[in-house]
Design a protein around this ligand. Structure first.
Ligand code: PMP
Length: 396
């Protein structure tokens, strides 16, 4: 039986850059003491009080079909967070709840792209982006953000790609996975100008908005004339260590949100009520909880900077936000992929090759700061030493 071409083409062929990750996982399962600095998963679990709220909600009966758009309480709590953070007056009608940010990205592109339309996104990129665009029948097209510019994209490059492809949407992500860049006010103004000039929708993935180490988080929805063409994707995954709960949202114009609710009716049928109640409870605890969840990454970023300052082989892109460090290992003469494989074999440390996130990250590796401080410092020290031996041609 023949499957649709669309579903066969989602990954675009190949592994989507996960080869090294799967090799590390297999080694670990076979008993090797691999330190995994690969995926964006906290080393803490969802807090006990959030789990208590979830338990209580389930025990008191919120286990049936839940409100498909999201419960009124959760939509209001999300709208209040967005209003407070961005300054844009936002109501529950501007918000719909989705099973995580990933589902929100899929829903947003579904609303913006017809089959055969081009969706732009910035390279380096979160690994699912091109597949998400293909999954709705769109054509993914990258816009490079150069390492030399701290991975800040340029408006002129967006213009070029938009004009060449008649793109309908642009997807951005700040704070950025994988680069750790936080887009500056200038970058965001250029992005806004380019989306207006080329009459595109903007999808702003802000799932790391609670993890800002330098600069400020600016939502492009707050820029002049942008609210009517911007969909903001958010999630409880990173801000509250709730990756497994699968709760996120899309925020945008009311009429677009109404269509996304119809889409949910015909796809996910909503998010479990007890999970929505737990998310409402978590948001009700305010920003200080989000700061606590982000604190380990803030600490490890400083530890990384101290270690890197003592040598001149491995260079970091500005570590401005999110739970990752993007390291330039070109002084070793290796690609990110070859370095990552050699590091796994030589030091039993697993990182993600930059090439997994697009051509603009070639010669880099992404390190997730997601292990205990002592283990992290040990791994980073060994990683830097390993790079130094490769750069000078010495054997380890
Ligand atoms: N966007 C980015 C940039 C991410 O890194 C992730 C998860 N790693 C997501 C979206 C999706 O997260 P979730 O579905 O857990 O909300």
């Amino acid at each position: 039986m023949k499957l649709s071409q669309r579903i066969q083409d989602i990954t675009g062929g190949g592994s989507g850059g996960w080869d090294l990750y799967f090799r590390a996982r297999a080694l670990k399962e076979a008993g090797a003491p691999i330190i995994e600095l690969t995926v964006g998963e906290h080393d803490i679990r969802t807090s006990a009080d959030i789990l208590d709220a979830m338990h209580e909600a389930a025990r008191s009966g919120h286990t049936g079909y839940a409100a498909i758009p999201g419960t009124r309480d959760l939509r209001e709590a999300v709208a209040a967070r967005i209003t407070a953070q961005s300054g844009v007056p936002t109501t529950a009608r501007n918000v719909t709840i989705t099973p995580g940010g990933q589902s929100a990205l899929f829903a947003s592109h579904n609303a913006m792209l017809d089959a055969g339309d081009t969706g732009l996104f910035i390279d380096p990129y979160y690994a699912t982006y091109p597949g998400t665009i293909r999954a709705v029948g769109g054509i993914p097209q990258t816009v490079p953000a150069e390492a030399a510019r701290g991975f800040q994209p340029r408006g002129a490059d967006i213009d070029t790609a938009a004009k060449a492809t008649h793109a309908k949407s642009l997807l951005i992500n700040s704070p950025n996975n994988p680069t750790g860049a936080v887009y500056t006010a200038d970058t965001l103004q250029e992005i806004a100008r380019a989306t207006i000039d080329n009459d595109m929708w903007l999808i702003s993935d802000e799932v790391y908005d609670s993890q800002i180490w330098e600069g400020a988080h600016i939502s492009p929805r707050a820029l002049p004339d942008m609210a009517q063409r911007t969909l903001v994707v958010g999630s409880m995954s990173k801000s509250h260590a709730m990756t497994g709960s699968r709760v996120g949202w899309v925020c945008g114009p009311e009429d677009v949100i109404d269509y996304l609710i119809t889409l949910s009716t015909h796809t996910t049928y909503g998010v479990p009520g007890y999970i929505q109640d737990a998310a409402t409870f978590a948001l009700g605890q305010g920003a200080s909880v989000e700061e606590q969840v982000a604190a380990p990454f803030r600490r490890r970023r400083l530890l990384t900077r101290d270690l890197l300052a003592k040598q001149n082989v491995v260079h970091a892109a500005p570590i401005q936000g999110a739970m990752y460090v993007m390291l330039d290992i070109r002084a070793t003469g290796m690609s990110g992929e070859d370095f990552g494989n050699a590091l796994l074999d030589g030091e039993q440390i697993a990182v993600m090759p930059g090439e997994s996130f697009g051509a603009a990250a070639a010669g880099h590796i992404r390190v997730a700061m997601t292990v205990d401080d002592d283990v992290f410092v040990d791994a980073m020290t060994r990683l830097i030493g390993f790079a130094a031996t490769l750069a000078t041609g010495e054997t380890a």
